[in-house]
Design a protein around this ligand. Structure first.
Ligand code: PHE
Length: 534
């Protein structure tokens, strides 16, 4: 039996069997170049008369829409994508010199980054366990490099304290907490019943974890003679690193326990322990949009750019009618299809006239979106590398700018670089998003220069994005409360007649490119099963 025949037969069965079989076939699970190269397969038992291939109208040429079109194409469907912008990729977007963006009610902004420099206003990092994202990169030859999500040399700045290196903050926090626990165990101050052996084992672990002294104290020593594991973790002061001759290096002094606790240390220090944020993470070489462009090269002919969806209608024969507006010509027209995959963010879909079932329409209105903002600061000189020895990674602060991302490419290059000067969420992002472009820059500088006094002298230019004000996005990603997840999520994931909603918002991978891909996979399978049954 040929692969083609197999797919045809499987399509007839539908349901879980089809899903299993298609996954076994590498279809969708691991995108297969081999299959794509084959003649398109005509799906069995479709509604379209006269052996015509079923037509799928896809709203939005972001990663979800494009990957759905790509996979449906392999299965023999005819797809047409409608994209309001003049570019594909949606949030998978890279800004380079000359690129423009106008926010809702805001002035037009033109990026003035130098050649070879960019910022990723949206997605920027890929966890190693996002297998579909990485499989597409492999299939399309999108070159990857490491995204440094954790850099112990980056700064940590909280109120009332001078900036410290992340490694210093972490060593002190761990050191004192381990010390406390070790002492409590020694004094039998813990409630739990433990044997003497258990206690010794725990103390040994704590001693090792933080490098506690034999008397169970956290004492990193600036004195080379008392050098211990705690010293080793906390590290050397950068002005006096180990070198030749009479330069053994100077270990930095620990902060005291009270200071560490009062400063609320640790607020950001658990970030990289999240499953999604643990190294190794990746980024495409040259910008995140290399992924979008790879899809665009494959399905771009079927994308109608500058085409806004105005109406989504169900016809009496169970198919779909759209009214779309050509933004360049100012004209509207109707388009017909057997199915529709709608990947518009719910924040945008809300305002499109559509024949959704009342409960679907209601659910679409109820899911809120996160306010998210980033600013790219193009500096003339890579002072964070040259002066501070920070190569990639993230500095954290309790100021509302929240974090700085250093570029993970072009290390020690001569022409400066682009730092993400804030990456904020929720109310902070909302407030900064309301500022003018100049005010946003001033805000980023004012807070950022507390970590890097070089800021003001070295700034060349900036570009900022407030996702809640970006047309056709109106938010960073969907925010799911537990109640909404149980009451609304199942409704939105159910096809509404011939209309299938899809996107990161309909997954457990919200705010990740992986969400777009997984949603596309799920919807393609579900649509294919329905088509086989029809
Ligand atoms: N994926 C995005 C990021 O890494 C947004 C996100 C943050 C999503 C945290 C989920 C959790 O920043």
């Amino acid at each position: 039996m040929t692969r083609r025949e197999f797919v045809r037969r499987v399509g007839r069965y539908g349901g879980a069997a089809a899903t299993g079989a298609m996954l076994a076939l590498d279809l969708l699970g691991k995108p297969s170049a081999a299959l794509a190269a084959e003649e398109p397969v005509t799906p069995a038992g479709t509604r379209s008369a006269g052996g015509k291939r079923p037509r799928v109208l896809i709203l939005g040429a972001g990663l979800c829409g494009m990957s759905a079109a790509y996979e449906l194409g392999k299965l023999g469907y005819e797809c047409e994508l409608f994209e309001a912008r003049g570019r594909a990729g949606g949030r998978c977007w890279t800004v380079r010199g000359g690129d423009r963006q106008t926010e809702v009610g805001g002035p037009e902004q033109t990026a003035r980054f130098a050649d070879g420099f960019y910022m990723n206003p949206g997605p920027a990092r890929i966890p190693g366990h996002h297998t579909t994202t990485l499989a597409y990169c492999k299939e399309f030859g999108v070159q990857l490099e490491v995204f440094n999500n954790v850099n112990e040399a980056a700064y940590y700045l909280v109120k009332g304290l001078p900036r410290v290196r992340l490694r210093e903050a972490r060593a002190d926090l761990r050191g004192y907490v381990d010390e406390l626990l070790a002492k409590a165990v020694r004094r039998d101050a813990l409630d739990r019943p433990m044997t003497a052996g258990d206690k010794e084992a725990l103390i040994e672990y704590l001693r090792d974890d933080a490098g506690l002294s034999p008397d169970l104290l956290y004492k990193p020593s600036a004195d080379r003679a008392n050098f211990n594991r705690a010293s080793e973790s906390r590290g050397y002061v950068y002005q006096d690193l180990p070198a030749a001759g009479s330069h053994p290096g100077k270990i930095s002094n620990a902060l005291d326990f009270e200071t560490v606790i009062k400063a609320g240390f640790g607020k950001h220090l658990g970030f990289e322990h999240q499953f999604d944020q643990q190294p190794t993470m990746f980024q495409p070489v040259g910008g995140i949009d290399q992924i979008a462009r790879a899809f665009e090269r494959r399905v771009g002919e079927r994308i109608r750019y500058h085409t806004e969806v105005r109406e989504i209608r169900k016809t009496s024969d169970g198919s779909v009618r759209l009214v779309v507006a050509d933004q360049l010509e100012g004209s509207t027209r109707e388009v017909f299809g057997d199915y529709c995959i709608c990947t518009l963010p719910l924040s945008v879909l809300r305002d499109v006239s559509a024949d959704f079932a009342p409960e679907t329409a209601d659910a679409i209105r109820q899911v809120p979106y996160e306010e998210v903002g980033k600013i790219g600061l193009h500096f003339k000189r890579r002072f964070w590398e040259e002066d501070d020895r920070i190569f990639g990674g993230i500095s954290w602060t309790d100021q509302d700018i929240t974090q700085l991302f250093y570029p993970n490419y072009g290390y020690l290059g001569g022409n400066g670089g682009v730092v993400i000067g804030y990456y904020q969420f929720g109310p902070d992002a909302e407030a900064v998003g309301k500022l003018s472009l100049a005010e946003r820059e001033a805000h980023a500088i004012e807070q950022g220069e507390k970590l890097h006094p070089q800021y003001r002298a070295e700034l060349r230019d900036s570009f900022s994005v407030a996702w809640q004000k970006i047309p056709y996005n109106l938010g960073g990603w969907a925010v799911w409360s537990e109640e909404a997840r149980s009451a609304l999520y199942p409704i939105l994931n159910r096809p509404d007649g011939p209309i299938y909603l899809a996107g990161e918002h309909l997954t457990y991978l919200g705010g990740w490119m992986a969400g777009a891909f997984e949603s596309a996979k799920a919807v393609v399978l579900s649509l294919h099963e329905a088509s086989a049954r029809a």
